[in-house]
Write a protein that binds this ligand. Sequence first.
Ligand code: ADP
Ligand code: 5SP
Length: 626
Amino acid sequence: MDKDEQHHRNLFLGLDLSTQQLKVIALASVQDNDGHSFLEAHSTFAIQFDTDLPQYHTQGGVTTEKVVSADPGKGHDGVVTAPVLMWVDALHRVLDRMQESRFPFERVVAISGAAQQHGSVYWSSHAQKAFRALQSIHGEQTQSSLIQIFKDAFTIYQSPIWQDTSTTSQCQEIEEFLGGLNQDDSRNAAVDRSALRQRGSQRLAELTGSKAYERYTGSQILKIVRSRPEIYQDTERISLVSSFLASLLIAQYASIDAADGSGMNLLDIETKTWDPLLTQFISQGGHHGQGHMDRDQGHNTLVDKLGEVDATDVKIVSFTGDNPATVMALQAQSGDAIVSLGTSDTLLLYTHTHGSKSGQNSNGPGAQANARLSIGYLCHPVDTNGYLMLYCAKNGSLARERIRDLYADRSWDKFAEYLKRGIRSVRQPMDQHSAVCTRTGFYFFDREIWPPVKGVYRFQNGEFVEEFGPNDDDKDDGDIKSANVLAICESQLLAMRIRSSQGDGVSTATTDSVAPPGISRILATGGASSNQVILQLLSNVFGVPVVCMSSDVKQGAGSAAWGAARKAFLYGHRNAGDDTDMDVIHSRSVNMESRMVMPDLEETKRYIERIPDFIRLELSLPQAME
Ligand SMILES: Nc1ncnc2c1ncn2[C@@H]1O[C@H](COP(=O)(O)OP(=O)(O)O)[C@@H](O)[C@H]1O
Ligand SMILES: O=C(CO)[C@@H](O)[C@H](O)COP(=O)(O)O
């Protein structure tokens, strides 16, 4: 391709409003010498909330408020929110940066986006006026900031986000409601509430794909209905973070995408429509949250600051959650698990069932350990018959950062060095004592999703200890440091391995007997996937090769933004009359110059042996609820 041609290539834009930043990637569609099409990064931009927008005083992109529960048995409720105007500001700033760097907006053919899942945005009746003000800009560069336009457009200015764990009682209410439906015993005052909840939890998982989770939008809305009914009344529309971002671009309310919508505990995962009973229960007869589902429809609306483009040529394709968008980027095949080590640690598996028919959540002994307590199912972002099994741990990168700061001089290089040393010392014990020394650590700086535990717990040879250390004079300080660095990574990845085989519809076929059922390869992504030693440990724990998009390909934008841009590419073509089917779409593969890490299977066997003890220790931790 000559230079002239390159300068006229179409661009596809992907945005990702994640927990800590807003990222944008522009992909260009190119052909190799054999005529194969693929996408390559043209440019990337990012606004870091903490550092680029310090006036919002966020830490890790969020505002954390600690409220002591009225019920002493319930401990502290963690209210975690993000300033909605900070997100508006971030969009304005990133568009400014793009203009400053002379980004060729006129070449943008289609745009899509992704965002952190489950968080919700509450629009006021002023929103329509703001949208009209945005539409009236008509391609001119606006002098007034988006903040000025949207400053009165919300009823709630601190949006609840996925890290919030303050809705335990609302989750229980939802489960009791479903558990009591059509049951005579629900009217019996003596009926065991926990039995009712267990039945409700099962029904909710069958209906929506997930049991009640505090971070899911349904319980968050219920909390607002209960605690601030006037605000709820004044709310004209509720968006997810993804549809909120899309609304700013299309200057009208954007629909919620089914894949992201299935992370709300409100959507019937099979029919992909709002469940009438759940929405009615939550709104108490109101009509909020009853948006319509409109998957992957293009919109032709003028976008502020993308005004140089002829609006009729710009397709804005429905925005989705960051996890479904990551699936779009990595093109997982059968046997692939996607592991995203972003702010959260997540594992995604592509399945063809959402587990409703196989009677999970057995009531027998150990049911609590085996129940789907940290996994759920989402609709697949493009395969209308597909689902995604999702495991999410809240204490991911930020917990590793805390350990890095405590034990590794605030340096990722040191962290990697200690991790390597930790792995080496377990493999080649230096003395008789350390040969029998097993260390396990749980580092839940924020209350974890499962187990619902807050605190740091270390065990040495099965016994609780305040700090690791064999009291061996030969040991230097570095041993304690590397023990903690290794312990946090091991326990995060072991927990992930254990949950990976809890789902229904997870294939039992596997290419290697030491690997978890149905997993023959891991596609790793997220900020921490740039750490080669973490990837090696991930590979060892799962016993499968780990592949990672190389960082120069990602150019720092991450795979959710890449997946969104890829969605823009696919639907941009479709909207232009190209009726390309899924297979052809898959063969137009993304240029993934990847790195591969191979497992040390002796290590894998050692981890498998540790699993029963790990589960026992995990269950022994003091839980914050029930
Ligand atoms: N070399 C590294 N080793 C481990 N973790 C890292 C490294 N570099 C960055 N990270 C982690 O990546 C995280 C950000 O990941 P990212 O995928 O961008 O998050 P999000 O999309 O949720 O905003 C940071 O919180 C940081 O802890
Ligand atoms: O809650 C979940 C998934 O259920 C999180 O994965 C959020 O979607 C936030 O994502 P990251 O910012 O960690 O990528």
